[in-house]
Design a protein around this ligand. Structure first.
Ligand SMILES: [Zn+2]
Length: 254
């Protein structure tokens, strides 16, 4: 039995922080739950941290990994057993920073594609204080980086909503070039995809990360550095200023 990913159910589910679950697998230093709000490392986004409260008290979640079975590393001697009922709670500040950073990455990648001759996003790392995007082929100069951040911040100021929906491959490709959405890299046999949409069709991206529900929550994007990674690839690092539209968590147990 795979873990149900509660944070993927809709855009608002990403704002939930507290959930009940049952232990379905117990190993020396980790457990798997039947359902979870803990996001595992993946798609460039770092894992959620937080706590799991079980019959023997509260344990810190040190690492979260996996695709089907999501494994929570708790350390040796956690004492949780299959069948135990637990309450999990994610660290909201860390998660919300990832949601803002991740949604900013979609925007920056899409805008760079439009501005710079279809440049591809070939990698990304989403962290709390700064995040990175690798582009190829590109050779950024200062004016290009300024143009990229100005355009991104103009679009953020338009306060578009972010939605998540299921779409068919052909439908996605009819709206946006597959090189922009990276659809050309997704195996052909996958017909139906979870897509993150900004505005009406400002940006579309197949993605299983966590995102904010309105781009105004990003605040302002500042590109703080660029670095060559060789063979036409450059890495930019960005930070976010505090937003006046920061949202509170929704802590209901779901
Ligand atoms: Zn995403």
């Amino acid at each position: 039995m795979a873990t149900t990913k509660l944070y993927l159910e809709n855009i608002e589910a990403a704002y939930e922080t507290k959930f009940s679950a049952k232990v379905i697998k117990s190993e020396e230093d980790s457990i798997v739950l039947d359902r979870t709000l803990f996001y595992p490392l993946g798609g460039g986004q770092n894992w959620d941290e937080g706590i799991i409260n079980g019959p023997n008290g509260s344990l810190d979640v040190l690492e979260v990994r996996g695709r089907d079975d999501i494994s929570n590393k708790l350390g040796i001697g956690h004492q949780l057993e299959v069948g135990d009922e637990v309450i999990g709670e994610i660290d909201w500040e860390r998660r919300y920073a990832h949601m803002r950073m991740h949604t900013a990455q979609h925007l920056v990648s899409g805008i760079a594609y439009e501005l710079f001759n279809g440049v591809r996003t070939v990698g990304n790392q989403i962290n709390t204080t700064h995040s990175r995007i690798d582009f190829n082929p590109i050779s950024f100069d200062e004016a290009m980086l300024a143009e990229l951040s100005t355009k991104t911040n103009e679009i953020i100021a338009s306060k578009h909503e972010v939605t998540e929906l299921t779409m068919m491959r052909n439908e996605i490709n009819s709206i946006m070039p597959p090189e922009r959405t990276n659809m050309d890299l997704i195996p052909k046999f996958i017909e139906e995809l979870r897509v993150v949409k900004i505005g009406d069709s400002l940006d579309l991206c197949p993605c299983a990360g966590t995102h904010i529900s309105n781009i105004s929550e990003i605040g302002e994007v500042s590109i703080i550095s660029k670095k060559s990674k060789g063979k036409g690839t450059q890495r930019i690092t960005y930070e976010l200023s505090n937003s006046e539209f920061l949202r509170e968590k929704s802590s209901n147990i779901i």
